[in-house]
Structures are given as structure tokens and as C-alpha cells.
Write a protein that binds this ligand. Sequence first.
Ligand SMILES: CC(C)(COP(=O)(O)OP(=O)(O)OC[C@H]1O[C@@H](n2cnc3c(N)ncnc32)[C@H](O)[C@@H]1OP(=O)(O)O)[C@@H](O)C(=O)NCCC(=O)NCCS
Length: 170
Amino acid sequence: MDIRQCQEEDLELLERHIPSPGQTRRHAMRFDKQQQGLSTFLVAWSNGIPVGSAQILWQGCTAPEVHKCFPECPELNGLGVWPPQLRSQGIGTAIIRAAESHARRSGHDQIGLGVDDQNHRAAALYLRLGYRETGCHYLDRYHYIDDHGLRHEVAAPARFLIKRFTEEPG
Ligand SMILES: CC(C)(COP(=O)(O)OP(=O)(O)OC[C@H]1O[C@@H](n2cnc3c(N)ncnc32)[C@H](O)[C@@H]1OP(=O)(O)O)[C@@H](O)C(=O)NCCC(=O)NCCS
């Protein structure tokens, strides 16, 4: 498996194999953000097919409750492995490790991520990988546009975890 920064020519394959919900154009939006220098959009490939992705938001979590407490902490955001039958094979862990390496190489000594209060399996994985509770709870607000073009606003209770690189050798 290969994990690398998204290129413009990857977008068509990404949309074909990991379809955005409704009309959200998620991959193109992430790529645009990377082009603006605000993020690094990582894609995992297996035999030429994208199987997972995540982005590092260099300016940190956009939720005001988190940004106020951790303004300097980049956020690993939107991690996902697709299709679901490819989960539990180490792809998510590999993407997390790749994001951590990018953050270290960019001179950061920590990286954070938000996890939905209902997502117990993902939280258990992050805690196993060295992420620690910060006590920062917030509402993860985002929107998506469904197949009919209707915009849906979501506000999901979540908490912010942080991994400090000083706690483990590079
Ligand atoms: C959360 C998510 C990204 C994790 O990715 P993943 O590829 O399933 O994660 P990993 O395989 O690295 O690790 C997860 C599990 O596989 C196990 N595992 C890791 N490597 C393994 C391997 N080589 N063989 C078998 N099992 C393995 C881990 O012990 C872990 O156990 P669990 O199933 O009890 O949690 C993925 O499940 C996903 O896309 N979920 C839906 C979206 C989501 O919840 N995203 C997170 C938002 S915060």
C-alpha cells in the first residue's frame, strides 16, 4: 500500500472508488484546500485504487471550542477507509502514521483529532495509537448536500484527542 499527497489527476479515481455523499464533491473540496496551502490531503492506494484518505488541517480544528484551547495544533481530519470490507486491515493506522510523519517533518510536536462521541471503535483505535484525552468536548458542525441538492447541517457531539510526539521516538 502506498500513501501519498493527492494530485489533481487522482480526483476522478477518488470520486469513482470513494464516492462523495450526495453532491458534496468532498475530494475536490479537500484538494482545493490543499492548493490554498491550508492542508495536506493524503490518499492510501492499493493496486492503483484509492482505499482511504484523510487531511491534515495545518491551522487546526475549525470548531471554535477546540481552536480556543489548541490554536497551534494541526488536526487529522476526515479519516476514512472505503469500502467498509477493507477496514480492520491496518489501512487506517497506516494513514494515521503517515499524517504523524508529515506533522513531525513540518516541525510540529503534536497532532490532534476529533472523534464523534458515538464512534467508540475509532476512539479505541486512537487511544491505542497514543492519542490522549484533552477534556475538550465540542459540537462537530458540518454540512452535506444530498442527491436532490438539499443542504443538511449536522452538529455531532465530539471530543478532541491529542498525540504528543515527544512521548514516543520518531
Ligand atoms: C476508523 C477507521 C478509519 C479505521 O480504519 P481501519 O483501516 O479500519 O483501521 P485499522 O485496521 O488500522 O485498525 C482498526 C482495527 O483493525 C485491527 N488491525 C489493524 N491492523 C490489522 C491487521 N493487519 N490485520 C487484522 N486486524 C488489524 C486493529 O487492531 C483494530 O481493531 P478493531 O477492529 O477492534 O478496532 C475506519 O474503520 C473507518 O473508515 N471507519 C468509518 C469512518 C470513521 O469512523 N472515521 C473516523 C472518524 S473520527
